[in-house]
Design a protein around this ligand. Structure first.
Ligand code: PEP
Ligand code: MN
Length: 365
């Protein structure tokens, strides 16, 4: 157990829901919009209602949220529907206002978690809360916009050190440049590694901000369940196309209801004999792969010695291009993706070159 996970408690003691479902509009836009969405969502099996009150926007001039007034609408949602309520906080004054309005869960957004100064200011504000508030408030930290696991863990650590014990993380994908299927590509290896490093920390998935398109949200949600995430945070709006932020990715409440009722959460505790045997096969295949790679490197070093004796350069681009082309083609023919085969082969090639270059370094010569 480390600094983050020691002494963690559930997000809410009486919340038995698994996976935890948080849903609601990207932004609170008007009292009518918030209450309509809440009434429609309450029947879908949603435990916690979300709505952004202060919106971090990429460029000035966009809708930056209603601000404090919207907190009163969230308080109304709570009394009218019985759902808990959640919003994003980015500054100490957001936190103070959200707490005063009775907000049950706050999350730290992806732009904030990328900035250690901002996170530390929030952490100091958490630390200054009265004990009974610190004791009840749930806090989720989104991954930073850039794919930096240590920065994400650092943000969690700052908030945990402030005395927050009802803590969790949200995976919302990572910013990228150029055309992509996803608005924020998920890079699943990062949240998986987060779970390995911080066992016991609840990790939710935000398929709305990963996908950026409503048609991608159901399959991303199921993928998160298959990977054993602890919950989902999904954006939902009664009239998505008219939404003032993130219009393309919000689901109508009926579509949200359909998604939630079709989700399959794998029974993770039930590890059958068949699964054990498949895992053994994977283990032994991995052993074989490592042995083969080590043998390949041995041959590469022999080639390196040969090249050095013959005064040849280590890298010969035509040979490399030819080899990559043929190998990638065979890999694709064997049913693997082009991207996967190219990245594995270029990693292997890079290591071969490194080993050959090392041979010619003066201390090895
Ligand atoms: C949001 O949840 O509406 C939001 C602004 O998310 P993120 O911080 O992930 O961009
Ligand atoms: Mn949003």
């Amino acid at each position: 157990m480390g600094i983050v996970t020691e002494g963690l408690r559930p997000l809410f003691d009486d919340l038995k829901q698994s996976p935890v479902i948080i849903a609601g509009p990207c932004s609170a836009e008007s009292e009518k919009q918030v209450l309509e969405a809440a009434a429609a969502i309450a029947g879908c099996g949603v435990a916690i209602f979300r709505a952004g009150v202060w919106k971090p926007r990429t460029k000035p001039g966009g809708f930056e949220g209603i601000g404090s007034t919207a907190l009163r609408w969230l308080a109304k949602v709570k009394t009218e529907t019985g759902m808990r309520v959640a919003t994003e906080v980015a500054t100490p004054s957001h936190l103070a206002e959200a707490v005063a309005a009775g907000v049950d869960l706050v999350w730290v957004g992806a732009r904030t978690s990328a900035n250690p100064f901002a996170v530390q200011q929030l952490a100091d504000a958490f630390a200054a809360l009265p004990t009974e508030v610190l004791d009840r408030i749930a806090v989720l930290v989104k991954n930073p916009v850039n794919p930096d696991l240590e920065l994400w863990i650092g943000a969690l650590e700052r908030i945990r050190r402030a005395g927050v014990t009802r803590l969790g993380a949200i995976h919302r994908g990572f910013s990228s440049y150029g055309s992509n299927l996803y608005r924020n590509p998920p890079k699943w290896a990062i949240p998986i590694e987060l779970r390995r490093r911080l066992p016991g920390l609840p990790v939710l998935c935000d398929p709305s901000h990963i996908g950026g398109r409503r048609d991608l949200v159901p399959s991303l949600s199921q993928q998160a369940m298959d990977m054993d995430f602890d919950g989902l945070i999904i954006e939902s709006h009664c009239h998505p196309d008219e939404a003032l932020s993130d219009a393309a990715q919000q689901l109508t409440p009926p579509a949200l209801g359909e998604l939630l009722s079709s989700l399959v959460k794998p029974a993770s505790a039930d590890v059958s004999e068949e699964l054990c045997s498949l895992r053994r096969q994977i283990d032994s295949l991995d052993d074989e792969l490592l042995e083969l790679l080590a043998r390949r490197m041995q041959v590469a070093r022999e080639i390196g010695r040969f090249k050095r004796a013959a005064n040849m350069p280590v890298v010969q681009p035509e040979r490399y291009n030819d080899l990559m082309h043929r190998r990638v083609e065979s890999g694709v023919g064997l049913g693997m993706s082009y991207d996967f085969v190219s990245s594995v082969l270029s990693a292997i090639h890079e290591e071969s070159v490194r080993q050959q270059v090392e041979l010619s370094a003066p201390d090895k010569a």
